[in-house]
Write a new protein. Structure first.
Length: 119
């Protein structure tokens, strides 16, 4: 399947659009690296001033402060990369999953123990 968001396109020069939830140290640095590689990153944070600073810096294309806004901003099929502490992962997924389609992709890039996460 050759779609703009297909993870198979990472090495073909195609631009990937993805959302990152969690713009702390690790998430912001991941956003910077992806943006520097030419990809489009929409960043979610509950701190609007942090999103604004990252947009101004050029680390993310757009900052959003709600999951609905993030999901609406992304092209289908969506790719959403979670950069969250393990303690917040399940609550985040419970809120996020009803907003997504079956062909959307969620990547857990945080520090959770994958065996404990049953999704």
């Amino acid at each position: 399947m050759d779609t703009p968001n297909s993870l198979c396109n990472l090495n073909t020069g195609h631009v990937i659009e993805l959302g990152i939830i969690g713009l702390g140290r690790m998430g912001a640095n991941m956003a910077r690296r992806l943006t520097q590689a030419g990809h489009t990153v929409i960043g979610y944070t509950c701190q609007p001033q942090k999103a604004g600073a990252l947009v101004q810096e050029g680390a993310i294309a757009r900052g959003v402060t709600s999951f609905v806004e993030l999901v609406d901003a992304l092209t289908k099929p969506r790719i959403i990369w979670l950069m969250l502490p393990a303690a917040t992962l399940n609550a985040t997924l419970h809120t996020l999953m009803p907003l997504l389609n079956t062909d959307d992709i969620v990547v857990d890039g945080g520090n959770s123990y994958y065996i404990k996460e049953k999704w």
